[in-house]
Design a protein around this ligand. Structure first.
Ligand SMILES: [Zn+2]
Length: 88
């Protein structure tokens, strides 16, 4: 008599996410997954954020005697909030 509409049920149980929500979630994952900071081989160039590309000098990175002192204590990019990994 009463036929179960299985297809309909399964469809209704799927969480509905718009592209915006998917993008938002992915952005949250990305920003909280530490990315390697861009540290130039040369001590005479400043380091940068891997996501927004902003220079940490002069606000967060000091320069002494022409050499840049890496801001290893920065957990996140102060400009875009990207979690940072400074390597070893
Ligand atoms: Zn950034």
């Amino acid at each position: 008599m009463n036929e179960l509409k299985i297809d309909q049920k399964e469809q209704n149980s799927k969480p509905f996410m718009t592209d915006y929500e998917k993008g938002y979630r992915q952005a949250l994952v990305d920003i909280n997954t530490p990315k390697l900071a861009i540290i130039p081989d040369s001590d005479y160039e400043s380091s940068k954020c891997p996501t927004c590309g902003k220079d940490f000098y002069p606000d967060y990175e000091r320069c002494r005697d022409g050499r840049y002192i890496r801001p290893y204590g920065l957990d996140r990019c102060p400009f875009c909030g990207q979690a940072l990994d400074w390597g070893d």
